[in-house]
Design a protein around this ligand. Structure first.
Ligand code: PBG
Length: 325
């Protein structure tokens, strides 16, 4: 008789399933994205990101304390400045909101938490682009690199552990590494948004940081085209050569193939960003009672890890850590 394979035996009980589980998500895998808004006394709700807020300095400090006690090792901080201008001055101002927040968190928690800062200009520019514009309105790659170097130094002075350049300028990792080393911040690491797609899934994030791209524009001239996969491997190789310490793929669930291919080719730590739209879709469907939100969140984040990510940036960090602990 043809032997019938019996693969269900090990699925019979929860203990058997636990014993053979190949992928286990833990709070150690999670990085919590946090927004801090200049000039507010109380946290402000974000309609398209239920459960996520624009923090005040006080509420940010409290939130980070709770994340530490839940076992989450790291946070990535995004600033919402009061004033925006063409150069995104607030991004590199020593008194800019992210620098103030980083100093505060470092003073309060020491090395108990890894402090990461998103390194970009879009939250700080009045035109909403990730770089400086030429007179004709294009994003000027090399002029932007000089600004990124200034932002990196300001974040390093404020006590950041890791800077995370997200603007997709060519050469940004090398420019930032050079600037940090020159100012003797050799210990500050770089988590490179290495493969970052021009995605429709960033909408709620732009609400969170009050960003509107001028003239109804988009970022397709610097972020990647979702029809391409091999291009991501070139982007990642460039960042490895330029000195990235951690690689990142973004978004996550629609790019599991990219995560798997980067994992197969590289041995540096690999992060994936489960972005605002991915979170909002789960929240909205769960609020309608159409799916079990906790279950789908766990399924999606476990899939991201299964595909090869070591670290996941996710707005579910706190909720998932609560479920896991
Ligand atoms: C750029 C940046 C963006 C996100 C992270 N860093 C926005 C963009 O590229 O337009 C999006 C994150 C998310 O959607 O959760 N500073």
């Amino acid at each position: 008789m043809f032997p019938q394979r019996r693969l269900r035996r090990l699925r019979r009980t929860p203990a058997l399933r636990r014993m053979v589980a190949e992928t286990v998500l833990t709070p150690d895998d999670l990085i919590a994205p946090l927004f801090v808004r200049e000039g507010v006394r109380d946290p402000q709700a974000i309609a398209s990101l239920p459960g996520v807020v624009q923090h005040s300095l006080d509420s940010l400090r409290a939130e980070v304390g709770e994340l530490i006690s839940l076992g989450i090792p790291a946070v990535i901080v995004f600033g919402v400045p009061e004033h925006k201008d063409a150069e995104g001055t607030g991004a590199s101002d020593p008194d800019g909101i992210v620098q103030v927040a980083l100093r505060d968190l470092r003073d309060t928690y020491g090395d108990a938490v890894v402090l990461i800062a998103d390194l970009c200009l879009d939250e700080y520019t009045d035109h909403g682009h990730c770089g400086l514009l030429t007179p004709s309105g294009l994003v000027d790659n090399d002029a932007t690199l000089d600004r990124y170097a200034e932002v990196a130094i300001a974040q390093a002075e404020a006590g950041v552990d890791i800077v995370a350049p997200s603007g997709m300028m060519d050469g940004q990792v090398a420019a930032i590494r050079d600037a940090l080393d020159e100012e003797e911040y050799g210990e500050v690491a770089i988590m490179a948004y290495a493969a970052k797609y021009a995605s429709g899934l960033y909408g709620p994030f732009r609400d969170a940081v009050d960003v509107e791209i001028a003239g109804g524009g988009d970022r397709k001239a610097y972020q990647q085209d979702f029809r391409n996969a091999r291009e991501s491997l070139e982007e990642v190789r460039a960042d490895v050569v330029e000195g990235a310490d951690i690689l990142m793929v973004k978004p996550a669930v629609t790019y599991l193939d990219i995560i798997a291919r980067v994992r197969a080719e590289h041995d540096l730590p690999l992060a994936a960003y489960h972005v605002s739209g991915e979170y909002a879709m789960v929240k909205a469907a769960a609020a309608n009672g159409w799916i079990d939100g906790d279950l789908v969140a766990l399924e999606q984040l476990t899939a991201v890890k299964r595909a090869g990510a070591d670290l996941i940036l996710t707005y579910f960090a706190r909720e998932i850590a609560e479920v896991l602990t």
